[in-house]
Design a protein around this ligand. Structure first.
Ligand code: GLU
Length: 439
């Protein structure tokens, strides 16, 4: 059975970049009737917060990315401890005592000499007495996994055949000096224990994958299928990392972006398939193919969510909107008509309130100086209420006869006078809904 996971750290709100990872893993699981696990990577007690964990769940639920199982790393510390013991027994784990400043100095020296800044494994040569002395002086050390220094190879679901020389990578730190388990060890234990079959994540994790493959093998686990999707950039190819804070899913929700708009874009962006609004998650799942995604950075423009959202909103059936319209005070007898007139003119669902205000209260007329007289004439010719779907054509016919104007010169000033806007619904359909005009 296919088992995937989405593994955010509850140290902040999830954003558009996280969504891509979550969605890919969700779709892969759903495609084969497998399992999708939400894993909270919360081993850092200072930065992990329950409010962020709650927010992550809310955001995923809003999008319909439901999980079959949830796991918290903070509840599995015993397991990580046992894994650490196992690695120690197998001679794959060693204690190091360098301070961050010392490590930094080493890195700088290596870089100055044109060498890659790989940890030099000095700690491997420490005798037990030296370690005792260092421990007495500096406290417990941090623990590194001892990589086998040969090539680590895998066939990546997006990047193809990869081969990384383990000698070019520092032995990863798995436990900090203060005893905190780091992500790499916890993630490997979880992937093994939960039977994860496919790991899809951002290409910033490629080096992690190389080291994780060796750790999984050292622990006797089976290596899952890995795929690394490209990272998102802004529309001009600029790094998005600094702006991700403003691209939190909850902010997009607050701006009225519709889940299907977001999902339709993110499920296909960066692939050879066109991005178009899909009607359901099932459709997105059915057509999803990891092999269609490329390795180049993916340009993301938040503006692209707007037309998808308005298209989605325009297609919403009246029944879906009935309660919201009633809450706005739209009388039941005109609500369906009102919705069919307004729906094509909305950026978000919330915009419908503006159109209802316009129908109820009338707009501030927009009359250009050269149209003042024309509009005054038109006002005198305005048929008496109640207005029907014929009223607009009757009115414009009589205004045309009286003023000699036609085409845009006739219609546009009248539209602007009645709605205060240059664009909007078909006037013959809107007029019967106008309860007030302020001409
Ligand atoms: N918590 C990690 C992250 O958010 C998970 C990475 C992974 O998928 O293994 O980057």
């Amino acid at each position: 059975m296919t088992v995937t996971r989405f593994a955010p750290s509850p140290t902040g709100y999830i954003h558009i970049g996280n969504l891509r990872t979550a969605l890919f893993n969700y779709m892969i699981a759903r495609q084969s009737g497998g399992q999708f696990i939400l894993r909270l990577d919360d081993t850092d007690p200072e930065r992990s917060k329950q409010e962020y964990a709650d927010a992550i769940m809310q955001d995923l639920e809003w999008l319909g990315l439901t999980w079959d199982r949830i796991e918290k790393q903070s509840e599995r510390l015993d397991r990580y401890e046992a894994a650490a013991d196992e690695l120690r027994e197998k001679g794959r784990f060693y204690e190091c005592f360098e301070t961050p400043i010392e490590l930094d100095l080493k890195r700088k020296k290596q870089l100055n000499m044109g060498k890659p800044p790989v940890y030099d494994r000095t700690a491997l040569d420490l005798s037990d007495e030296q370690k005792d002395a260092l421990r007495a002086e500096r406290g417990s050390g941090h623990w590194r996994f001892k990589l086998d220094q040969d090539r680590i190879e895998w066939t990546d679901g997006i990047l193809g055949n990869l081969s990384i020389d383990a000698a070019s990578v520092s032995d990863p730190v798995l436990i900090r000096g203060d005893g905190q388990f780091l992500y790499t060890l916890a993630s490997v234990c979880d992937d093994i224990d939960f039977g994860i079959t496919q790991v899809v994540r951002g290409s910033d994790h490629v080096t992690n994958t190389a080291t994780q493959i060796q750790i999984i093998e050292a622990m006797g686990g089976s290596v899952p299928f890995f795929a690394h999707h490209s990272l998102l950039t802004g529309p001009q190819g600029e790094a998005l990392s600094k702006r991700l804070g403003t691209l939190a899913l909850r902010d997009l929700r607050g701006q009225g972006i519709e889940p299907m708009a977001l999902l339709s874009l993110m499920a296909r962006l960066g692939s050879s398939d066109p991005v178009e609004l899909r009607g359901s998650m099932d459709e997105l799942v059915a057509g999803f193919d990891l092999a269609k995604f490329g390795s180049a950075p993916t340009k993301f423009d938040v503006e692209d969510l707007k037309p998808l959202t308005s298209k989605y909103v325009a297609a919403l059936p009246y029944e879906t909107m009935a309660d919201a319209l009633a809450a706005l005070g739209v009388p039941g007898e005109v609500a369906a008509d009102f919705w069919s007139v307004a729906r094509e003119n909305l950026e978000t669902r919330a915009d419908v309130a503006k159109w209802w205000e316009l129908c109820r209260d009338g707009a501030e007329p927009l009359v250009d100086a050269e149209d003042q007289e024309f509009v005054a004439t038109a006002k005198d010719l305005l048929p008496a209420a109640p207005w029907t779907s014929d009223t607009w054509s009757e009115w414009t016919t009589s205004v045309k006869a009286a003023t000699g104007r036609k085409g845009k010169g006739l219609f546009m000033p009248l539209r602007k006078a009645l709605t205060g806007m240059q664009h909007g619904p078909d006037m013959s359909r809107l007029m019967p809904l106008l309860q007030k005009v302020n001409l």
